[in-house]
Design a protein. Sequence first.
Length: 231
Amino acid sequence: MNIYGFNKTTLLDYPGKLAATIFLGGCNFRCPFCHNSSLVFLPDSLDIISEDTIFHTLNARKGILEGICITGGEPTLSPDLGEFINKIKNLGFLVKLDTNGSNPKKLKDLVHKGLVDYVAMDIKNTKEKYRLTAGLGSSHLNSVWESVDFLLSGHVDYEFRTTVVKEFHTSSDLLDIGVWIKGAKAIYLQAYEDSGEVIAPGFSSYSKKEMHEFCDMLQPYAHTVKLRGVD
């Protein structure tokens, strides 16, 4: 397992849980506003953290941490993900998986084996604008739709989340997303932030007032609708 980052303690990455976050590398999407470009492209300068280091820390923090968040990049690209998560579960931790939804077969397998307790799936845009927004070929689209349908069926606790970027998302787009995933357990709208790690810097975010308006607009479409990254 190639691990490129390890946050030993977080209150942000796993809702309601004191957790640690493990960052895996590589991604099959090329969202231009992605803020983890080093994990997507994996430059040689990135150090790999050994599993021994990870599990030494996790063993020492049993009884303190409640869950482990596995993010990326896109974690489901790792062929030994299930085996790695199983080791974490054997320590008694809950596991949250962040995914772009491009690998529904792996997602379903992990859930059905009881290896994942919570899934956070990115919704990049409306179906019509998905390919452009995610920077991917059309071959991935049906896989994304399948993952959305699987989560909506309620086999595992989950959330959908959308990073809202002025150049990619209109109010109408966000409404269309709400209609698409109507009945979802949770939708989180995340404010875009420019940084040195963004794949293509220069995009812009909506105002705090506009983000709250988007949140209010989506209330009828999910049991929980909240903002992230908005002070």
